[in-house]
Design a protein around this ligand. Structure first.
Ligand code: NOJ
Ligand code: CA
Length: 570
């Protein structure tokens, strides 16, 4: 039998697919018991500025998301996480929030958000919003009040202000570096114009860090959580969930280029034990609402063990597994990180999560080598990820096989992190280019009627990879994702649970899941002969299963490089 990519033909559907009548709103199971829906949910990340533009100004918005909800439903995901849409001067793409309980006019109005939630629930999709508690915008009312306050005053206490060092206080209070480059401190001027205290900003100077030792800050955020929970959100993605508590002494670190140590060393501004108290208090709030509202931590912890602490039963529900994202396409390394992820999350009874891309990292087709090879590996990586026990995150556009855009016009770049990038210019804009939906030229249906271009232009080569172009093509990346997501819903072995490894040659992974499922993955550059585990359910590349093939009596199949296959056993 020869199976080229997905085995079944996709139902014919337009770029805006119609929905099955059976779509239902998220709800508790019929017994009334919690479903644990999040333990194996596939959660689709919408980077709002670049997903879909509803009003034609070239910037994605809430209306755009609403019009594309049927697409997400037909794709087969369970939930959507929307990046910040709150009022913001956009110094960091919305992660600089000026008002936590409102919608930025460029993204719509609160009424649009309420409509989005209602429509998503109607379609059976859950909605997760971003919470940005580590820092606010410098345009937040709290920061204006802090600047106007005297040193040591209550409004200043909401942030981290300190006098400088040196005779005139002209040096920063310590040697901490901003993740976006340069010192993590900026000096302020007192109301009389004299140079004054410094404030801490682990990210951009426009993102002052809040002081989570201040009771008022804690109380305000509890109100913010309730504001969105009352509007019906199903959960929060917590930005910099490991960063809210700083070591009380703000000690020097003693070396520079600290960014290279993020996620591998304990730094006095990240992953401090006291941060867990905050997460516990939030869990109590989440649990006080019906319908299993969840929180997922964006936490960079030095090890998977320390990451597991964020998902203890009385803390957050999930944490992004950046250790997995950072693992190269190599069987041994993948097996190691999968084992460690399952073991450490399992220690606290949490599901593991899996993620390949997001709006902060280079798209994985490019990381895996780009071009044909990158795409081939990304197809295989999708089947591997979606076969693993736990919950998976899909970043918008990965289902289209999009590559990083490395040749954006420099004058259009916006990301404050670009100065840190290897080439000194690209930063994170290259993974944030507006999605190509249809048509043959940028903005590829991203804006209504294609009249205005998107805020970043899409490359002409994306014409072949639009949603419209791929929708009816079973061998496309989109076809692969759709079929994988459908099988994942249908197959009793997939989703939450366990896996068993089968020993296999170098550069291969073989595992089974009960009942009756196997996955084989080849990560090397040469074809590998493996025992046939069963009947092909789905393959990421061309697989020829001979009618009769034996090696010492055992039926074998030769699997091509960079290919994953799902098999039905038994
Ligand atoms: C993580 C977000 O994903 C990223 O985009 C942002 O720049 C930082 N946190 C700061 O909020
Ligand atoms: Ca818009």
């Amino acid at each position: 039998m020869t199976v080229t990519g997905p085995a079944r033909t996709l139902p014919a559907a337009p770029a805006q697919p119609t929905l099955p009548a059976s779509a239902t709103a998220p709800s508790a199971s019929s017994s009334g018991a919690p479903e644990g829906w999040w333990r194996d949910a596939v959660i689709y990340q919408v980077y709002i500025r670049s997903f879909a533009d509803g009003n034609g100004d070239g910037i994605g918005d809430l209306l755009g998301i609403r019009t594309r909800l049927p697409y997400l439903r037909a794709l087969g995901v369970d939930a959507v996480w929307i990046t910040p849409f709150y009022p913001s001067p956009m110094a960091d793409g919305g992660y600089d929030v000026a008002d936590y309980c409102a919608v930025d006019p460029q993204f719509g109005r609160l009424g649009d958000f309420d409509a989005l939630i209602a429509e998503a629930h109607e379609l059976g999709l859950r909605v997760i919003v971003d919470l940005v508690p580590n820092h606010s915008s410098d345009r937040h009312r709290w920061f204006a009040e802090a600047l106007a306050d005297a040193a040591g005053g209550p409004a200043r206490a909401r942030y981290i202000f300190r006098p400088g060092k040196g005779g005139d206080g002209q040096l920063p209070p310590n040697d901490w570096e901003s993740i976006f480059g340069g010192p993590a401190w900026t000096r302020t001027f007192d109301p009389d114009g004299a140079p004054g205290e410094w404030y801490l900003h682990l990210f951009d100077p426009a993102q002052p860090d809040l002081n989570w030792r201040d009771e008022g800050v804690r109380a305000q955020f509890e109100q913010i959580l309730r504001f969105w929970l009352d509007r019906g959100v199903d959960g929060f993605r917590v930005d910099v969930a490991h960063g809210m508590i700083k070591h009380p002494d703000l000690p020097d670190i003693g070396y520079s280029n600290q960014i290279t140590m993020l996620g591998s060393a304990v730094l006095p501004y990240f992953d401090q034990d006291e941060v867990h108290e905050i997460h516990r208090s939030w869990r109590a709030i989440l649990d006080s609402y019906p319908g299993e509202r969840i929180a997922v931590a964006e936490a960079w912890a030095p090890s998977l063990e320390r990451l597991a602490a964020y998902v203890r039963p009385d803390e957050l529900h999930q944490a992004f597994n950046f250790h997995y994202l950072n693992t190269p396409w190599e069987a041994g390394a993948l097996r190691e990180v999968i084992d460690l992820s399952l073991r450490t999350a399992g220690l606290v009874g949490a599901p593991s999560t899996w993620v390949l891309s997001n709006h902060d990292v280079q798209r994985h087709v490019t990381r895996y080598g780009g071009g044909e090879r990158g795409l081939r590996r990304a197809r295989a990586a999708a089947l591997l990820m979606l076969a693993l026990p736990g919950s998976a995150y899909v970043y918008q556009g990965e289902e289209l096989g999009l590559e990083e855009v490395l040749d954006l016009p420099v004058e259009l770049l916006q990301d404050p992190q670009r100065f840190r990038s290897a080439d000194g210019v690209s930063g994170r804009d290259g993974c944030r280019v507006p999605l190509p939906w249809s048509g043959t030229a940028s903005p590829f249906g991203f804006t209504p009627l294609n009249i205005v271009d998107g805020w970043l232009p899409a490359p002409a080569r994306w014409a072949a990879g639009t949603v419209e172009a791929q929708w009816q093509e079973p061998n496309s990346m989109l076809g692969l994702y759709r079929q994988a997501l459908r099988l994942r819903r249908e197959h009793p072995a997939l989703g939450d649970g366990a896996l068993d490894w089968t020993d296999s040659p170098t550069d291969t992974l073989v595992f089974t899941r009960e009942p009756g499922f196997a996955c084989t993955v080849i990560t090397g550059d040469v074809a590998v002969e493996l025992p046939i585990p069963g009947r092909v359910l789905l393959a990421s590349g061309p697989v020829h299963v001979p009618a009769e093939s034996t090696a010492g009596g055992e039926a074998v199949v030769v699997l091509p490089p960079d290919t994953a296959v799902w098999w039905a056993r038994g």
